[in-house]
Design a protein around this ligand. Structure first.
Ligand code: GLN
Length: 539
């Protein structure tokens, strides 16, 4: 039987509730427990797939093809597990199921109501996650802030779960902001007290409070929170500011949060292996070699739109002793100012995913610039399509080459809609989503980096390389180093005679973990470090 931890947030949103939840997951894994994590998002969208990156940041994709909140990326990176569609629940998803059932007549003439029908549907997702994952502990984060109208059904559902289970099976953790009065050092606990009251009024008494603050929540503040929020002082855990998010589990561990939590859950640690994570953090913190990577995209004003890419880059940097500086470059600025102005002097260039045609020409200029100036280039999804267009136009004399996405009327669609999508399992909507197998070609850089025959990688895109042009592209020097054999789709391309020019149709950033750096990110960072070294020697 699984046990449940529910993580709620109070006072304000955006205080790192997801990182706190993920850190608790890591601590429990360090103690030998299997963990499944889940996020409830109270918005009415069925999933964030249709939301603008500016609204929502990155859309994280699970192995079974669910488009989800970016917090799931934190969960996977911290607990080092692949999650499933069960990990992402939205109000939109819940309501559409309830309404579908109502139309089918499943409710047998009853009046369909938030309680019990909506709350039952939410509880179903919690227990289903437990059953399917078989994990010892399910950690569920409730998005938004306690007191929001939207989150009421979720809070009510977890209250019911608590009352239906015996003591020790369900723990509530509440994360709050302890603000500082501007111009002084004084921290205020009043918002925490109010948030606690709000939660109590909804039938939930938190067992642990995690406080986020700029200053130190000292002993006397801890006592005060303990007194007003009816928990012992050791249940007040400070989430102090850290340089590296991966330190948070260690910060919690120093305050014996894991011990306190296990006592509440009536569990004994199976093992105690915090050292691996600690060693990793220490190693990462020592990284100091400078490395400058350009990230060329169209949503660069909002860094969260590229969260997993940036994290995978940083982590790969740390693992190689480098402290990366990411230059966020808007591809439209490259169109305006020319590539030299923005890309000169960079050690490596990454071109991550994106949708629509804005900024495409600047990206094609980027690929050409990286190719001609022998700067390591790593293209992801759209970044592969861009590299293919650049090579088609500039090395294969297909001057009109483009993507159907960019110009539906183009006479030379290098990248065309994938016909074979129809009937392919695992394809949600019109996108190719989730894990697909990619076979790696002998002798290629991709094969060398991965060191295996085939890999499973995650997808989220509509367009595929048009196989009609493979011959011409090959003549232009393009190597097809990763192929989906059954569907005959190109998944990885690369160039010879270049320090690193590799691009993939999938999203490797979703599978990179701080403790298991993705081989392609690793290869790209190593090539970029070499490039920097070579340049230094030249000057
Ligand atoms: N827009 C492109 C497509 O739909 C690339 C998508 C992406 O980069 N994730 O195929």
């Amino acid at each position: 039987m699984s046990k449940y931890i529910f993580v709620t947030g109070g006072v304000v949103s955006g205080i790192g509730k997801g990182i706190s939840a993920a850190s608790i997951g890591r601590l429990l894994k360090n103690l030998g427990f299997s963990v499944f994590m889940q996020k409830f998002d109270p918005y009415l969208n069925v999933d964030p797939g249709t939301m603008s990156p500016y609204q929502h940041g990155e859309v994280f994709v699970t192995k079974d093809g669910a488009e989800t909140d970016l917090d799931l990326g934190h969960y996977e990176r911290f607990i080092d597990e692949e999650l499933t569609k069960r990990a992402s629940v939205t109000t939109g998803k819940i309501y559409s199921r309830v309404i579908r059932k109502e139309r089918r007549g499943d409710y047998d003439g009853q009046t369909v109501q938030v309680i019990p029908h909506v709350t039952d549907e939410i509880k179903h997702d919690i227990t289903k996650a437990a059953k399917e994952s078989g994990a010892d502990i399910i950690i569920t984060e409730i998005g938004g802030t306690v007191g929001d109208i939207e989150s009421l059904p979720f809070i009510e559902a977890i209250r019911q779960i608590h009352s239906e289970h015996k003591k020790g099976d369900v723990v509530f953790i509440h994360t709050v902001l302890v603000p500082r009065i501007p111009g002084s050092d004084e921290l205020k606990t009043k918002p925490t007290q109010h948030s606690f009251k709000q939660l109590m009024s909804q039938g939930i008494k938190p067992d642990i409070l995690v406080t986020r603050s700029e200053g130190d929540v000292n002993e006397s503040l801890r006592k005060k929170i303990s007194l007003f929020c009816d928990v012992p002082p050791e249940a007040v855990i400070q989430s102090k500011h850290v340089d590296l998010i991966y330190e948070v589990p260690l910060v919690f561990h120093e305050q014996a949060m894991d011990k306190y939590l296990l006592d509440l859950l009536n569990l004994k640690p199976k093992v105690s292996s915090h050292h691996e994570w600690r060693d990793m953090v220490e190693r990462f913190k020592k990284a100091d070699k400078p490395l400058e990577i350009g990230l060329v995209g169209k949503y660069v004003q909002l860094h969260d739109a590229y969260l997993s890419v940036a994290q995978a880059l940083m982590d790969a940097g740390y693992e190689n002793g480098a402290k990366l500086k990411i230059h966020w470059i808007d591809s439209e600025d490259i169109e305006k100012d020319g590539p030299d102005h923005h890309l000169k002097g960079l050690d490596g260039i990454i071109l991550p995913g994106g949708f629509g045609n804005r900024g495409i020409e600047g990206m094609i200029m980027t690929s050409k610039y990286a190719r001609e100036n022998k700067i390591p280039y790593f293209g992801i999804c759209l970044g592969m399509q861009i590299a293919v267009i650049d090579i088609a136009r500039n090395l294969c004399n297909l001057k009109e080459a483009s993507s159907t996405e960019q110009d539906p009327a183009t006479p030379y669609p290098v990248i065309d809609l994938m016909e074979s999508q129809v009937g392919v399992e695992n394809v949600g909507g019109t996108l190719r989503l989730g894990n697909y197998t990619c076979h790696l070609e002998e002798g290629s850089l991709a094969k060398k980096l991965y060191g295996v025959e085939s890999v499973e990688e995650r997808h989220r895109h509509r367009y595929e390389l048009n196989n009609d042009f493979r011959g011409q592209l090959r003549q232009g020097g393009l190597i097809f180093s990763g192929i989906h054999e059954d569907l005959d789709l190109v998944e990885v391309v690369e160039l010879k005679d270049h320090p690193f020019f590799l691009a993939c149709q999938f999203h490797p950033e979703f599978k990179s973990r701080p403790n298991h750096i993705h081989p392609l990110f690793n290869g790209f960072i190593q090539a970029s470090l070499e490039k920097r070294g070579d340049r230094k020697q030249e000057s």
